[in-house]
Design a protein around this ligand. Structure first.
Ligand code: FAD
Length: 393
């Protein structure tokens, strides 16, 4: 029989999965449930914060997916009956499924960072979901006087897009260097080392002198609580009251993953990496940032690759075939200034319950001529054009 497939979340993972399923068989009934009529992309949103790009360039709709026959429902899913295999959206409508795909992205742990709640994000923006938060952080930077301090608080891994906070620090420094050159960026970091660290640190010295300072975990960089009333950030060793506080709190799988029963005590969703089927609830597949991917970083590139591989696995399962183990490629670009970028490419395959890196990773050389940096910055823009066209275009 024809399987009924419901996909929750129209981001890089869910939209790619829905599209791949429909393209595999136009007769397959595929429903994509996503509350926002316009998706706002996090990749390249750091450029928006730094005034290098407008938010409109980040926005994508679902018209093309609808035209391909995917049924788009502009609602949020509020409950899932895993026995009856039925999801209910906030409009009250229920949708039955044979296979359910969850790609809800991230949410924040309410207890993980004392003091940081939804109200706090209005004064101390996270800007870790793109949209109003991105614009709020940008406005705060624009309103800041020269000589001010911007703090970026960075959580431990696993978290969405591990190198993106450092890209953000770079692009904010780029903005400040041009507009407010006596200002500082202070990174309070819950990690000692980070992705692409040598490349970032070299670029910072080269482009921004001592404008960016970083306090690592072992130097007391981990933020332990915040006080939004006074815009204070507390660590084990000190208090900071910066002019702009960009607090990126610890994360977990999007709330609906917990409601479905697919998240474990880590807050993320364990899966079988061959089929993406939940280890906890049958007939539910979890992809993108929400799943426990192991070695594969939580990125748009990975979410998209997982979405396509998951579609292939579901298609095989519906046909009674054994799905093949996927091989995923994740590409990550970081832009530290206009015309100055670098990259990391990794291949990943299932190993036990997670994805493991195979054949190492290819990272940009630390000592490369500026032409390569310029080329990689241009490649980053092409990557964005390509992935958004593949997903939404
Ligand atoms: P999302 O893209 O977040 O999509 C989840 C969707 O689910 C959302 O649209 C949401 O509305 C919907 N949803 C949630 N709950 C429900 C519900 N109950 N019912 C219905 N729908 C629901 N990655 C890269 O590869 N390259 C980059 O350069 C890059 N830069 C980044 C920069 C920043 C500043 C940030 C924060 C992230 C960056 N990323 C980058 C990471 C990338 O944005 C994420 O990894 C990617 O969006 C994950 O896709 P996803 O489908 O898992 O989640």
């Amino acid at each position: 029989s024809m399987g009924q497939i419901v996909v929750i979340g129209g981001g890089f993972g869910g939209a790619a999965c829905a599209r791949a399923l429909k393209r595999a068989d136009a007769k397959l009934p595929v429903t994509l449930i996503e509350p926002n009529k316009t998706y706002i992309s996090c990749p390249f949103s750091n450029e928006v914060i730094a005034g290098l790009r407008e938010i409109e360039a980040q926005q994508f709709g679902y018209d093309k997916l609808a035209a391909e026959g995917i049924s788009i429902v502009a609602q949020a899913v509020t409950s899932i009956d895993t026995q009856k295999r039925r999801v209910t959206a906030d409009g009250g409508t229920a949708f039955g499924y044979d296979r359910l795909v969850l790609s809800p992205g991230i949410d924040f742990h309410p207890e993980a960072l004392p003091g940081y709640d939804a109200a706090a994000s209005e004064t101390m923006p996270h800007a870790w979901k793109a949209g109003a938060q991105t614009l709020l952080l940008r406005r705060q930077l624009e309103a800041m006087a020269d000589g001010g301090t911007v703090v970026i608080a960075i959580p431990a891994n696993p978290s969405r897009c591990p190198p993106a906070p450092y890209e953000r620090a770079s692009l904010i420094a780029h903005y400040l260097k041009r507009k407010k050159p006596r200002s500082k960026v202070l990174i309070l970091d819950a990690k000692d080392s980070f992705s692409q660290q040598r490349l970032f640190e070299k670029a910072w010295k080269e482009l921004y002198g001592d404008m960016i300072e970083r306090i690592a975990l072992s130097q007391g960089g981990r933020v332990t609580s915040v006080d939004p009333a006074t815009r204070t950030i507390l660590t084990e060793f000190g208090n900071y009251t910066p002019d702009v506080a960009n607090v990126i709190p610890p994360q977990r799988a999007g709330r609906i993953a917990g409601i479905a029963g697919t998240a474990d005590t880590t807050g993320w969703c364990p899966i079988d990496p061959v089929t993406f089927e939940s280890k906890l609830v049958p007939n539910i597949h979890v992809i993108g940032d929400a799943c426990l991917g192991g070695g594969i970083p939580k990125s748009a590139s990975a979410a998209s690759a997982q979405g396509k591989a998951c579609a292939g696995a579901i298609f095989a399962l519906l046909a009674g075939r054994t799905p093949e183990a996927p091989r995923l490629t994740g590409i990550c670009y970081d832009t530290v200034a206009p015309g100055y970028g670098f990259s990391l490419i990794g291949n990943y395959q299932p190993k036990g319950d997670i994805f493991a890196e195979v054949e190492g990773v290819a990272t940009s050389p630390v000592d490369a001529p500026r032409e390569l940096r310029a080329r990689e910055a241009a490649e980053a823009e092409r990557w964005f054009q390509t992935i958004t066209a593949n997903t939404f275009g």
